[in-house]
Structures are given as structure tokens and as C-alpha cells.
Design a protein around this ligand. Structure first.
Ligand code: AMP
Ligand code: FE
Ligand code: FE
Ligand code: ZN
Length: 287
């Protein structure tokens, strides 16, 4: 068991870097979290763990506890569900094969979207690649950045509400597993699965899916997140209490890519301790 003394203070367990769609390298993300008073941090890039080493070094040098994490893409019918995966073994073969498959699909999908958008706007696949760090998980935010660079839109938010919108003519979906499968893979890799921003505008996951996710080992919900609605949070808080689940809060910082600031939501020490006790695939790093 880990002592509680070593992770005293607020924790932000949902941060993105240039290894996915954040705009800052891992060390800079950790510095931003530290500047906002965080004492425990997790790097949770989409479908990749490649930023961990740099982030862990930076975080612990700054006196923070580092929790390894990832935000896994999944989908239930039309609904995209993001599953935060803490303390996974990054080399577990089945989980790794799945994240590699999702990342490959993301590249293919971005290429097709680029081709479609390129028919109407002055943006090319090369423009998009120029916005993406080598090896990074590619996403719509990189297409948005290319559109911003070309002066087509003012910022990522405008790109998402117009050209990149999921209902729009340029949108292409990416391959990702069912949430129940994603949760199974995370648990199989020794990780702790927590649904990210589970109460967004699309509503909370339907009851039948929720039951299957819990049966697969879902550990809890990220209830502190700016995209959650108060009604959804109230429902999920009641469920979390009834089932004794872990409840987290975090910023979902993406550097300049979103207005979210480190520490705007945080995770309590009690919940952090439960999370650390439950994960066995990788270890937290202490300063
Ligand atoms: P994708 O997974 O490629 O479909 O892109 C979804 C990602 O885009 C999410 O991880 C969000 O971080 C980001 N995103 C979604 N909506 C917005 C927005 N309005 N502004 C900036 N980033 C966004
Ligand atoms: Fe993102
Ligand atoms: Fe997300
Ligand atoms: Zn995120």
C-alpha cells in the first residue's frame, strides 16, 4: 500500500500533450499543472502512452506524483465514449494491439477527411501532418489546426462547430472498440477504467450499457469536468455512491487547444488513494 503523505494536495488526472491533441510537449504540460498548484498529475493522451517517460521525469522533478494514464477511444452505436485508463501495463499485448489499430484507423480517417475538406477548402494532408508531432495520435484537432493556419477558421472551437462537426458532410468516423471491450482490455492490462466526461450534452450512457460496463470492471466516473451537466452528474453521483465507485475530477487540459486550465477540477486524496490501490499494471512515480 502507498502512504497518503506522498500525494498530499490537489490532483489533476486528465491532461493532454503533443503525443495526441494537446499543443504542448509532456514536460511543458507538467510545468503548467505545477504552476496551477497541482501536486499529483496524470498524462492521458488519446490512445497512446508514448509521452509517459518525459512527463514522469518532468513531474517528479517538480515535486509532483505522476500517475501513468491514457484516454482510450471507444464507441457505443453513434456515441463516442472516452475511457480513462490509469496504471495500465503499456506493453500488455491485447491492449497494445487495440490502441495501435485505433491509431492506424485515425490516420486513415484523417486522410479521407482531408480529401473531402480539400475539395472545398485550401487545406491538404501535408498541412495536417505539419500540425502533428511525429508518432502522435492523429485527430480532428490537428485538422482544425491546419484550417486555423490557413485562415479558414479562427480557432479549434470554430472548426469543430462547423467543418469538423460529427453531423457534417466532411466527417468520417474512426474505428474504436465497444466500451465494454475497452474496459475489459484495460482491466486485463492491470489498469483502472474511469469514464471520462460521462455526463456531456449527449447524456449519460444508457442503463443497459452501464450495467455491462460495470460488470466488465468499470471503476468509476470523472464527475468533475466542465462538459458534464449538473443533472447527469447528480444521477451518476447517486450510482457511484450506491456501487461504491471511484469519482474523479480533472481539467482535460489541451494546452492552447481548449480553454480548459489545469486544476479547474481536481481529484480528492481519498479517491486518488483508491485509484492507486486498484491499479497493478504500472506504478505511480513519486518525487
Ligand atoms: P477525434 O477523436 O479525432 O474525433 O477528435 C475529438 C477530440 O477533439 C477530443 O479529444 C477533444 O479533445 C477535441 N475537441 C472536441 N471538440 C472540441 C472543441 N470544440 N474545441 C477543441 N477541441 C475539441
Ligand atoms: Fe482531445
Ligand atoms: Fe475525452
Ligand atoms: Zn481528454
Amino acid at each position: 500500500m502507498h502512504g497518503t503523505r506522498r500525494y498530499e494536495g490537489p490532483g489533476d488526472l486528465h491532461l493532454h500533450s503533443t503525443h495526441s491533441d494537446g499543443t504542448e510537449p509532456p514536460a511543458q504540460v507538467m510545468a503548467a499543472a505545477h504552476a496551477h498548484g497541482m501536486r499529483t498529475v496524470a498524462l492521458t493522451d488519446h490512445d497512446t502512452t508514448s509521452g509517459w517517460a518525459e512527463a514522469a521525469d518532468a513531474a517528479t522533478s517538480l515535486g509532483m506524483t505522476f500517475v501513468p494514464g491514457m484516454e482510450m477511444s471507444s464507441q457505443h452505436r453513434w456515441r463516442s465514449i472516452h475511457v480513462l485508463a490509469y496504471l495500465i501495463d503499456p506493453d500488455e499485448p491485447r491492449l497494445r494491439a487495440m490502441t495501435e489499430k485505433v491509431r492506424r484507423s485515425r490516420v486513415e480517417r484523417a486522410r479521407i477527411m482531408a480529401e473531402r475538406i480539400g475539395r472545398d477548402y485550401d487545406v491538404t494532408w501535408e498541412d495536417i501532418l505539419a500540425q502533428t508531432s511525429t508518432g502522435a495520435t492523429v485527430g480532428r484537432p490537428h485538422i482544425a489546426d491546419a484550417l486555423v493556419a490557413r485562415g479558414v477558421v479562427g480557432d479549434r472551437g470554430e472548426a469543430f462547430s462547423t467543418i469538423l462537426s460529427a453531423g457534417g458532410e466532411y466527417y468520417v468516423s474512426l474505428y474504436s472498440p465497444d466500451p465494454v471491450e475497452a474496459i475489459g482490455l484495460i482491466v486485463g492490462a492491470g489498469g483502472v477504467p474511469i469514464i471520462a466526461h460521462p455526463a456531456g450534452r449527449a447524456g449519460i450512457p444508457p442503463e443497459s450499457l452501464m450495467a455491462r460496463m460495470l460488470a466488465a470492471g468499470l471503476a468509476g466516473f470523472e464527475l468533475g469536468h466542465r462538459e458534464n451537466t449538473p443533472e447527469g452528474v447528480a444521477t451518476l453521483r447517486a450510482l457511484a455512491e450506491e456501487r461504491d465507485l471511484i469519482v474523479t475530477g480533472s481539467s482535460d487540459y489541451h494546452g492552447l487547444g481548449k480553454p480548459n486550465q489545469p486544476g479547474e477540477h481536481t481529484t480528492t486524496e481519498v479517491m486518488l488513494a483508491r485509484l492507486l490501490e486498484r491499479g497493478t499494471g504500472s506504478a505511480p512515480l513519486f518525487p
